[in-house]
Design a protein around this ligand. Structure first.
Ligand SMILES: Cc1cc2nc3c(=O)[nH]c(=O)nc-3n(C[C@H](O)[C@H](O)[C@H](O)COP(=O)(O)OP(=O)(O)OC[C@H]3O[C@@H](n4cnc5c(N)ncnc54)[C@H](O)[C@@H]3O)c2cc1C
Length: 339
């Protein structure tokens, strides 16, 4: 393989996929380095695209010829225009995608793109000459030359995972961290910092008693993300709404010392305001319940994302919370799980 390119992109998440697509369409000989082809455009947390402030960005990316809007229109399972009751300036499109179909869509487009070479490798070092980028060296020793390198490494640089008292290096669940690249950036004099984020437990779709939940339907006439599409024909899947209850709050309060957000194990700040359920029951101690949106992660509803209860609590506490929700649920609250 010719190892000389005009542009090297490191990472194939949302950002890397768009960068690779844009560079290759502009005629640049582009190399996309990804740890694995299977994780191209993998959604890290909930499989949602857009939302307040973010929907506009997706539309801008689409107007510039990007992929996200098209992929969402092709694989979305629920579309909603947020803030519909308010003026157009603050309305924002949001959709949930089938997370497997979304990444397959993007992967297929990239694998068929002209000027784009995809290589499965982990970038370990930015190579420089005369104080300018001249290439990238990978963990396996392979080197690629280019005058431009675009880093879109997401949460992977020296990533550290926390689950209760347990800690281990990782970029995302079951994926390795990228340790060497941040050392290389540091050596080049760049500042490297740490941010935190969180995620909730997932439910298997057939463990939920949907009859006891409030249904949240998508828009009757879904509005596409992409300006290239006029309408969405696919059938929409609902989401559901439920609530935490006092028994769950007590369990969480009793175990706060085991939650790394409170034990001092995590000190970094989040990139945005997205409080964990531990934070909610502490900051809003007067509330006897908090809303939970149950959002399907795929068309078959094989798993469900529990939006609103991201947590750093250990697995045994999360399991007990689910059981408490089922055992003590009132008519209008709780995580309604089948026995
Ligand atoms: C648990 C969790 C919860 C999150 N919650 C939210 C949320 O609620 N809302 C939100 O907007 N965002 C959330 N995020 C952030 C989320 O990561 C980003 O929104 C989005 O995925 C960023 O896209 P990206 O392309 O920048 O990075 P990512 O999607 O993280 O992709 C980075 C890619 O780079 C690859 N890579 C990394 N290092 C190397 C290397 N050295 N060599 C080769 N490949 C490499 C990885 O394999 C990966 O494919 C969350 C992330 C996590 C992990």
């Amino acid at each position: 393989m010719n190892r000389r390119f005009d542009c090297i992109i490191v990472g194939a998440g949302h950002a890397g996929a768009e960068a690779a697509w844009a560079a290759s369409r502009m005629g640049a000989r582009t190399l996309l380095l990804t740890m694995s082809r299977d994780t191209i455009a993998k959604m890290s947390c909930n499989p949602a695209i857009g939302g307040l402030a973010k929907g506009q960005i997706v539309r801008e990316v689409d107007a510039l010829g990007g992929l996200m809007g098209l992929a969402t229109d092709a694989t979305g399972i629920q579309f909603r225009m947020l803030n519909r009751s308010k003026g157009p300036a603050v309305q924002s499109p949001r959709a949930q995608a089938d997370k497997y179909k979304y990444k397959d869509y993007i992967r297929q487009v990239l694998e068929n793109a002209s000027n784009l070479t995809i290589v499965e490798a982990t970038a370990a070092e930015i190579l420089t000459k005369d104080n300018a980028v001249c290439g990238v060296r990978c963990l396996n020793g392979d080197e690629y030359a280019a005058p431009t390198a675009i880093l879109t490494t997401g949460t992977f640089l020296k990533g550290l995972m926390h689950l209760g008292e347990k800690q281990w290096p990782g970029g995302r669940l079951d994926e390795p961290a990228s340790n060497e690249l941040s050392d290389s950036l540091r050596k080049l004099g760049l500042t490297v910092g740490r941010l935190k984020t969180g995620t909730p437990a997932r439910l298997t779709g057939d463990s939920v008693d949907y009859d006891k939940l409030q249904t949240q339907a998508g828009d009757e006439e879904p509005v596409p993300f992409s300006f290239l599409n006029d309408r969405i024909e696919r059938e929409q899947i609902p989401c559901w709404i439920t609530y935490t209850n006092e028994a769950i709050h007590k369990l969480l309060r009793d175990n706060l010392h085991r939650a790394p957000m409170y034990s001092g194990q995590i000190t970094s700040v989040g990139p945005r305001y997205c409080p964990s359920i531990e934070s909610k029951i502490t900051r809003f101690a007067d509330k006897d319940r908090h809303q939970v949106f149950l959002e399907p992660e795929d068309e078959a509803i094989s798993t469900i994302y529990c939006n609103g209860i991201s947590t750093s609590c250990p697995a045994d506490v999360q399991g007990d919370a689910a059981a408490d929700g089922r055992d003590t649920a009132g008519e209008d609250c709780a995580l309604w799980l089948r026995d």
